[in-house]
Design a binder for this molecule. Structure first.
Ligand code: HEC
Length: 191
C-alpha cells in the first residue's frame, strides 16, 4: 500500500478503537463498580500509610490481587472489582517476591509484629529476604512518655537503646492493618 494518508488514517482508527475498547469502556464500567459490602474506607492514618507504602516501594515485591487459582487460596478469596473502590489508583503490583497483602490485616493484625518485622524482618522470619526499614524508627537512650516503643529483640537493637516508631511507620502499620477482604455474601463456602 503506497497511499500514506490511508495508511495513517487506518492505523489511527485501529488505535482509537483499541483505546476505546481496552481502556475507556472498561475504565468507565469499573469506576461505577460499587464497593464490596463491608469494605471500610481508609481512615486518615491508613490513607497517609498508603502513601508511605507507595513511597517505600513495597509493591515492587508485594501484590494486592488474589487470583482465582488454587495456589492463591492461601492469601484469601479471589479479589473482585469492588474491593478496590476506596483504593484509587489500585496497588495491584506485578511481582510477588513476598506474600500477597490483600488480606494481611486479617492474617497478621498485630502492630507489634508488623513494627518489629519492618525494623528487621529477620528478627521474626528466619532467612527473610525482605529489606529492613530502620529509617522509619528512631533509636533513643530513653523513651519519652508519648513515644511508641517497639519491643525489638535485644540482639537486633543497638545496645542500650530503645527503638521508637516514627509517625510514618505508625501510619504504614495502620494501612497494613486496614487491608482486609470483606467476606463475600455468597452461598458458596469461601476457600
Ligand atoms: C525486596 C522485596 C521486598 C520488599 C521491597 C518488601 N518486602 Fe515485604 N516481604 C518480602 C518477603 C520475601 C517476605 C516474606 C518473608 C518475611 O515475612 O519476611 C515479606 C513479608 C512481608 C509481610 C508479611 C506477610 C505475611 O503474609 O506474613 C509484610 C506485612 C510485608 N512484607 C510488608 C512489607 C512492606 C510494608 C514493605 C514496604 C515498606 C515491604 N514489605 C517491602 C519481600 C519484600
Amino acid at each position: 500500500m503506497d497511499n500514506v494518508r490511508v495508511l495513517v488514517l487506518s492505523a489511527a482508527g485501529v488505535y482509537a478503537f483499541m483505546a476505546l475498547v481496552m481502556g475507556v469502556i472498561p475504565g468507565t464500567i469499573l469506576s461505577k463498580t460499587p464497593p464490596t459490602p463491608g469494605l471500610v474506607p481508609l481512615d486518615a492514618a491508613a490513607a497517609r500509610g498508603r502513601d508511605v507504602y507507595v513511597g517505600e516501594g513495597c509493591s515492587y515485591c508485594h501484590t494486592q490481587q488474589v487470583r482465582p487459582l488454587a495456589q492463591d487460596r492461601v492469601w484469601g478469596r479471589p479479589s473482585r472489582g469492588g474491593d478496590y473502590a476506596f483504593s484509587t489508583p489500585q496497588l495491584l503490583g506485578s511481582e510477588r517476591t513476598g506474600p500477597d497483602l490483600s488480606n494481611i490485616g486479617v492474617r497478621q493484625p498485630s502492630d507489634v509484629w508488623q513494627s518489629i518485622h519492618l525494623y528487621e524482618p529477620r528478627a521474626l522470619v528466619h532467612g527473610s529476604i525482605m529489606p529492613a526499614y530502620p529509617w522509619m524508627f528512631v533509636a533513643k537512650d530513653h523513651a519519652a512518655p508519648d513515644d511508641v516503643v517497639v519491643s525489638v529483640p535485644p540482639e537486633y537493637a543497638p545496645p542500650g537503646k530503645v527503638i521508637v516508631a516514627t509517625h510514618e511507620e505508625q501510619d504504614l502499620v495502620a494501612y497494613l492493618k486496614s487491608l482486609k477482604q470483606p467476606p463475600l455474601p455468597s452461598r458458596a463456602p469461601s476457600p
